[in-house]
Design a protein around this ligand. Structure first.
Ligand code: BGC
Length: 441
């Protein structure tokens, strides 16, 4: 793939926030030092995780966070997005002390902490099908903000409620393993409500810089046939509007609100609490056509025949070792389409995740992927989209959910036998990019 090598990456606006992302369950380990989450029960079931692994040790970040903070400082990022494990924070002083130290160490290293309050590791006794989980989340957020809010100023409520609903509750590929198809919609509503209540709790604690990290990508119809276009529009609604419309417009797309539980109109007022910025996780576009009347295996996910769409291959682009197409221009397309769709209801955007899975330490493919996407992001900025930051997924190779340790997304290689960290070529590349973006005196 062409890297545009030789042409320097254009400069981004002053104050642009450069970072990397991780999540608690994927890196922390120290599972015996916290309460169980839905992911512990799920991974214990044979066949759920492809390589049969668990996240009990993962990168052992809880015991090695000093080394990881040093890697962040060496990289020169402005900010570090990580997640706070609700099960760890419920397990008493030790959990809170860990995050206290992590936040202190980040601040001392000059790296701004940007915690996500929920990244899929729900305490095992809770369930997003229950409305009460949203209320419990808000109480939890109040406690956390009270403890960390003196040093944490930028917050993310939820990570990808769309994927958590789809993969975890509709298709059964992620924890907790629900295969409810469209009966999973209350999970979406309760997460949105949890988000809105969390925004209120954060504001009450004085927070003034709050966002959410949603997964989005362009949806391309498989053909111009009406059945394919209709199927693609429906997929676009699920991925790009089901969460964004209530958050940004205060309403569900037509026909969806009626399917949600509770007093939806009243909840929408909470859900649409104004945000300071809107986080987007972008990986690739999706090509979608009419249903094909049979189960489809795609990107490690089995999609049942009953779905009103079918996901198709995108041809003519390189693919990552996960099989995901590499389409940097999809990021420009997505951002300009979002700006056009939501207009002045869209707050400034931050790319909260972007990255790819490839093996090896001399990861030229990852450099090409990131180079292409940063340039595509700059084209969106030039086209007038207000983008304020970019976070690479991920700092470390980690536990990639149902794929176990087989997929490596890190800028830093982790040997899962010895837990040794080795910066990859992409780590050095990103460091140079960040240096070149520093303001000149
Ligand atoms: C998630 C991450 C995940 C990454 C790569 C995102 O959907 O937020 O947890 O590791 O994609 O699959």
């Amino acid at each position: 793939m062409a890297t545009d090598a030789g042409n320097p990456i254009p400069r981004f606006p002053a104050g642009f926030l450069w970072g990397v992302s991780t999540s608690a369950h994927q890196i922390e380990g120290a599972a015996d030092e916290r309460e169980p989450s839905v992911w512990d029960a799920f991974t214990a079931e044979p066949g759920r995780v492809k390589d049969g692994s668990t996240a009990a040790v993962a990168c052992d970040h809880v015991h090695r966070h000093r080394e990881d903070v040093a890697l962040l400082a060496g990289l020169g990022v402005d900010a570090y997005r990580f997640s706070l494990s609700w099960p760890r924070l419920r397990s008493g002083k030790k959990g809170l002390d860990f995050y206290d130290r992590l936040v202190d160490d980040l601040c001392a290293a000059g790296v701004r902490p940007v915690p996500t309050l929920f990244h899929w590791d729900l305490p095992a006794d809770l369930d997003w099908l229950e409305r009460d989980t949203a209320e419990r989340f808000a109480e939890h957020v109040s406690l956390v903000a009270g403890r960390l809010g003196d040093r944490v100023t930028k917050w993310i409520t939820l990570n990808e409620p769309a994927e958590h609903t789809l993969l975890g509750h509709a298709l059964g590929v992620h924890a907790p393993g629900g295969k409810l198809l469209f009966d999973a919609l209350p999970v979406a509503h309760h997460q949105l409500l949890a988000h809105g209540l969390a925004v209120r709790a954060l504001r009450a604690s004085g927070a003034a810089d709050i966002g959410i990290a949603n997964s989005h990508g362009p949806t391309w119809a498989a053909s111009t046939e009406a059945a394919d276009v209709e199927a693609a529009e429906f997929y676009d609604l699920l991925l790009n509007r089901l969460f964004a419309d209530p958050l940004l417009l205060g309403r569900y797309p037509d026909g969806i609100g009626e399917l949600m539980p509770g007093d939806v109109e009243a909840d929408l007022k909470v859900i649409a609490e104004p945000l300071d910025w809107y986080g987007i996780n972008y990986y690739a576009p999706t090509r979608v056509g009419a249903p094909q009347g049979a189960e489809i295996e795609f990107g490690g996910v089995t999609m049942p025949a009953e779905l009103p769409f079918s996901v198709r291959e995108i041809e003519g682009h390189p693919v990552t070792d996960f099989g995901w197409p590499v389409v940097p221009e999809g990021l420009t397309e997505l951002l300009t389409a979002f700006r056009d769709r939501y207009g002045d209801r869209l707050p400034p955007v931050v790319i909260t995740e972007n990255g790819c899975s490839y093996p090896g330490v001399d990861d030229q493919d990852r450099i090409a992927y990131l180079d292409g996407h940063v340039r595509a992001l700059h084209r969106a900025v030039e086209a007038g989209v207000d983008v304020r930051g970019y976070f690479v997924w991920s700092l470390l190779d980690n536990f990639e959910w149902a794929e176990g340790y087989a997929r490596r997304f890190g800028l830093v290689h982790v040997d899962f036998g010895t837990l040794e960290r080795t910066p990859k070529a992409s780590y050095h590349w990103y460091r140079e990019l960040l240096r070149a973006q520093e303001p000149t005196a």
